[in-house]
Design a protein around this ligand. Structure first.
Ligand code: C5P
Length: 250
C-alpha cells in the first residue's frame, strides 16, 4: 500500500524570525512512517519542522507552514491507483498571521494585537475533494483517511465528532492531560474511534506500539475492502473492524 503520513507541527511566520506553532515533536508520525516502511509499504512522510532522523526506507518531504503541508499532501496523493492511506498525525496550526513581513519587525512597528486568518484543514480538504469526483483533482477511489485527536476534555465525544466530520476510517483519540500521553512523550494511551461510534481502547503503550496497531488496522480495513464507493461518495462502505479484534498491546 501507499501510505502518506503528516507529522510534527507547522510554523506560521509573522516575520522572518517570529512564528506561531505548538510543541509537537513529530514522534508519532515518524513512528507510523517507520512501522509502515518496516512492513513493506511505500511511505511518504510530510514533516513539519522537527529534530528527528528520517526512518529508513521512507521518502521524506519537509515543509514549514500548514499551506505548504496541504500542497505537498495533495501532490503526494496525485496517483491514487493503488490503495492509499493518508495518516494525519500533524499538529497543524489552525491560524496564521494575516500578513508576514519580509523583514524583521521592529518592536515599535508591532501592535499588541495580531490579526490572524484560518489555515486550511488539510484532512478535511482531502476528504472533501475525494467526495466530489467532479472537482478538477484526480479521483481517489482507494483513499482511506486516518486522523488523530489530541484532546483535553470530552475526549471520545470530540474524537467521534471529528471522525464523522472529516470522513475518516477511524481516529486515534488521545487525552493529552493524562500522565504519559501527549506532546513529546514516549508513550500514549489511545482509543481508536470508528465512524459508527465503536471504540477500541488500548493500554498505555509506546508510540511505536501505537504505530504498529495503527498500521495493522489500516492493513486490515484495506483487506476488508474499506474503500470509497464507486461514485466517489467518500464513505468507507465496508470498513468496519471485525468483531473480537485484539485489544492487546501489539
Ligand atoms: O486539530 P484537530 O483536533 O481538528 O485535528 C484532528 C485531525 O485533523 C488531526 O489528524 C490533524 O492532523 C488534522 N488537521 C489537519 N489540518 C488542520 C487541523 C487538523 O489536517 N488545519
Amino acid at each position: 500500500m501507499k501510505i502518506v503520513v503528516t507529522a510534527g507541527p507547522t510554523r506560521e511566520y509573522l516575520d522572518p524570525v517570529r512564528f506561531l506553532s505548538n510543541p509537537s515533536t513529530g514522534k508519532m508520525g515518524f513512528s507510523v512512517a517507520a512501522e509502515a516502511a518496516r512492513r513493506g509499504h511505500d511511505v511518504t512522510l510530510i514533516a513539519g519542522p522537527v529534530a528527528l532522523k528520517t526512518p529508513s526506507g521512507v521518502r521524506r518531504v519537509d515543509v514549514v507552514s500548514a499551506r505548504e503541508m496541504l500542497e505537498k499532501s495533495l501532490e503526494s496523493l496525485k496517483h491514487p491507483n493503488t490503495q492509499t492511506v493518508f495518516v494525519s498525525t500533524a499538529a497543524v496550526a489552525d491560524w496564521r498571521p494575516a500578513t508576514c513581513a519580509a523583514q524583521k519587525l521592529k518592536k515599535h512597528e508591532m501592535s499588541s494585537t495580531l490579526k490572524l486568518v484560518r489555515n486550511p484543514d488539510i484532512l478535511k480538504t482531502i476528504s472533501q475533494l475525494s467526495k466530489h469526483p467532479n472537482t478538477p483533482t484526480p479521483q481517489r477511489p482507494n483513499l482511506l483517511l486516518v486522523g488523530f485527536a489530541a484532546e483535553t476534555n470530552d475526549v471520545l465525544a470530540e474524537a467521534a465528532r471529528k471522525c464523522r466530520e472529516k470522513g475518516l476510517a477511524f481516529i486515534v483519540a488521545n487525552d493529552v492531560t493524562e500522565a504519559g500521553s501527549g506532546f513529546g512523550t514516549a508513550t500514549d494511551r489511545v482509543t481508536f474511534v470508528y465512524p459508527d461510534g465503536r471504540q477500541e481502547k488500548f493500554p498505555l503503550m509506546t508510540k511505536r506500539r501505537v504505530a504498529a496497531a495503527l498500521v495493522r488496522t489500516v492493513e486490515r480495513l484495506s483487506a476488508e475492502g474499506g474503500r470509497l464507493s464507486a461514485e466517489g461518495g467518500g464513505d468507507f462502505v465496508r470498513s468496519r473492524p471485525s468483531r473480537g479484534q485484539s485489544r492487546r498491546d501489539p
